[in-house]
Design a protein around this ligand. Sequence first.
Ligand code: ADP
Ligand code: MG
Length: 701
Amino acid sequence: MPVYNLNTSISYLKGVGPSRADLLKSELGIRTFNDLINFFPNRYIDRTQFFKINQLQQNSSEIQIVGKITNIKTVQQKKGSRLVATFKDETGSIELVWFRGAKWIKDALKINTPYVIFGKTNYFNGLFSMPHPEMELLADYKKNLRTAMQPIYPSTEKLTNKGITNRIVSKMIQNLFEEINGEFKETLSKSIIEDLNLISKTAAILNIHFPQNQELLTKAQHRLKFEELFYIQLQLIRKKLVRKSKIKGFNFENVGDYFNNFYKNNLPFDLTNAQKNVLKEIRKDIGSNAQMNRLLQGDVGSGKTIVALLTMLIALDNGFQASLMAPTEILATQHYNSIVELLNGLNVTVKLLTGSVKTKERKIIHEQLESGELNILIGTHALIEDKVKFKNLGIAIIDEQHRFGVAQRSKMWSKNELPPHILVMTATPIPRTLAMSVYGDLDISVIDELPPGRKEVKTAHRYDANRLSVFKFLKEEIAKGRQVYVVYPLINESEAMDYKDLMDGYESISREFPLPNYQISIVHGKMKPADKEYEMQRFIKGETQIMVATTVIEVGVNIPNASVMVIESAERFGLSQLHQLRGRVGRGAEQSYCILMTSFKLSADAKVRLNTMVETSDGFKIAEVDLKLRGPGNLMGTQQSGVLNLKIADIVKDAHLLKIARSVAIDVLTKDPVLNNPENRFIRLAYQEISRNSTIWSNIS
Ligand code: ADP
Ligand code: MG
């Protein structure tokens, strides 16, 4: 008997061959024996249960029935023909239908002989039909030993059309088991298996494909989910440990004049406890000889900017430069202005670098940066251009992280011989379980407290039909001296339509709020940066009362006097976007409002989103709902993460198991960082195998 190993190409498997191998590869990414073994069913069907025809429901999933074919006919149609058989049991009859292979199927079918048929039924004109049923003679069915739980594998239309049915896939896997004698190498240590009461690898693989019963199936799923999550966590945590032990960072031991003078003379308020704690965590990192790689999560308005500034001042105190990068020009400019104001009277040189900085000024910035004269550089993507060279960049802070791709973030590395410390700040709260996976190799700090005195933003959902009363309310607020945002959705696919919506809205608002009593700003993506900036400034200075905008104002903008946020077509926004937008108001002392305008027609998901917004302002709660609605792959900032391509586990449903997997991984690596212990031999082997093929590495996060 030939000896196969699991890396053998699938084309060598009995029943596969080159053309099926190509299909399996292109459709399902299955190349090797091992890939097929790890191709798990996505559900199971109870094949101990039989239906009678008079029990059929209109929306049933796959079912099986025992009965006989009483009649077969070929029906001509425009293209080719269709084969229709009448199938009866003692309670009624249905039609079996074949659109393909009619000729040879017709020859193979036996009349008036008991069959077990299996498939999905359709209902039309009072009659049930089953297209392309799986059929087996009742006599054969009884002879075959079968499992009660029939696995159903993920498939594609192309595979089905090419005749690679579920039964064929199942058969391939059966052949594979025979080929390798159904033995699999254990991949977890004895103590983990015992502590968590897991079944062996061999039993798990066997029962995931051929469940002996429901209990063993559940155990198999549990074990394989754990294993999948465990190895991801092991990689992430190992990466973090390696970074901490191997990647040296600048040691910022000193807290000196820059920091202390600012703290004593310029800090406009007391820090919240959350801000103080985060600062402590950061100081510990940057004074530890290792490179900091920290993610700072804090809801909109929680006060991340001041933390960033204080951190940058520590870099300055140690003779280094600092940078702060933001995703848009508006935000970078706003950071620049507020930081210049905060630093008033201190001897710190700060410059702003964005795409619209003129060549002459740019040259000066480059020079001052290289000579070390410039202490803090704030800007957009312009910061990571190759031309921008620092004398000694000590810390790079990146605001609103989800806007930047991994590649962009990692560019900050190449600015020095030692990597600068990195602090990534995001206002998009990420549920803990998701953060563990997507950012599992980063350290995470959370500002979970808002500065004192904030009033919760009152949020209401209104239909378009109530627009007049909403306008009336806006007038009252404006009369009190407040400012109002009116935001329209911008979704790239239908940019032209969105633009039209915005302009129509602008017109109707202009009519309702006429000059000279009312002044309106408008900002959208098609405007030149200078025009945007001009309109923004008019609103910031209070020259205009209403800001009509697309979501370009989504992130970070801080205008305390703006106290009303109207979101048009709110049903078209995702939860995190709605939350971000609402965060633009409630920044001053006044009671603020958020009004979600929608049409009457709302999907179930849209209703959940709107209700969630009305009910809570807790960013983490909102993120949890978002995660449940959209699944982990669609949340902001997680798209590029290979960590989420899970085969069997589910970050939302298996959150509990994920926590266990993470703590077990931490435990293993704390006791045995390089997996040298004989007890962890299996883990080491499996880990090596996995990390050889792994795609979860990225440079800095
Ligand atoms: P974000 O976390 O959204 O970036 P900001 O840093 O812009 O929040 O802070 C929001 C507002 O709160 C700013 O006006 C800032 O000056 C103010 N702020 C920050 N921290 C405090 C604090 N500890 N006490 C009072 N106000 C604060
Ligand atoms: Mg901010």
